[in-house]
Design a protein around this ligand. Sequence first.
Ligand SMILES: C[S@@+](CC[C@H](N)C(=O)[O-])C[C@H]1O[C@@H](n2cnc3c(N)ncnc32)[C@H](O)[C@@H]1O
Length: 252
Amino acid sequence: MSDLNFSLTLPGEKDPLPQTIAARTRRVYDALATVYPVATYFFHTKAHSYVLKHSGIQNGDRVLEIASGSGEMLRHLANINPDGVTIGLDLSPKMAAGAQKRVREEHPGTSAHCGAVDVRSLPFADASFDAVVCCYLIELLGREDIYRTLQEVRRVLRPGGRFSLVVIGQNRTLFRHAYRVGASIVRAYWGRLVESETPEMLQDCGLTVVGDQYLLQGFYPSRVLISQPTAEAGLAQAKAQSSGDSSYFHAT
Ligand SMILES: C[S@@+](CC[C@H](N)C(=O)[O-])C[C@H]1O[C@@H](n2cnc3c(N)ncnc32)[C@H](O)[C@@H]1O
């Protein structure tokens, strides 16, 4: 109950999640770990399928999924990558443990793993993955941590690798209003919507968008953004541009 907050966010108010509230988010998702697959089934499967088709992942790749939740996408990734390495990470130990159990049961012969890790810092070497996937995480991060996490993604992605990012769409008015109410009650579960700003954030972090698609599953809107590390020249330009804007956390 201590994670509930009944004070509603007023229109025009500043970012309602100025900082990541990781401890509360971990508690909420730990508590929901056993029922979470239902939410994924009803709201996320369409975007997951789209990513599987357009992520460019090939069998034999090194694939990282951040914020893998209860592991539905992780299992699909292991399925299309039986000869490669598929790693999932999630903040919630219960989510990660469930995902690990299911991926091992369904794909016993594959190198697929899931661990409990806060993905704002990734415990991997530079350029160590061919593909990174992230579905419905960044709504839950404070602004600076979105930048930090996207920079980490860029760091671990090899040149030419692909980053598939799914965010909740802001293009449906009724949904947007309903989300605002839900989010203001359990901020740690819903976060807040950031989709319209996401392409610019990717660009600021050295990731060039190469694919952009809105999807609708029932009433639930998603946007899939596929990006690749920006070539060094373009990255220098993006950094120079973003350093002129004091509202952003600057790439270092
Ligand atoms: C909305 S769920 C999405 C789960 C899954 N990706 C899907 O598509 O169904 C968000 C997930 O992000 C995880 N998460 C939140 N903050 C995180 C962080 N800092 N590091 C890693 N995982 C995080 C939560 O534990 C939760 O499992």
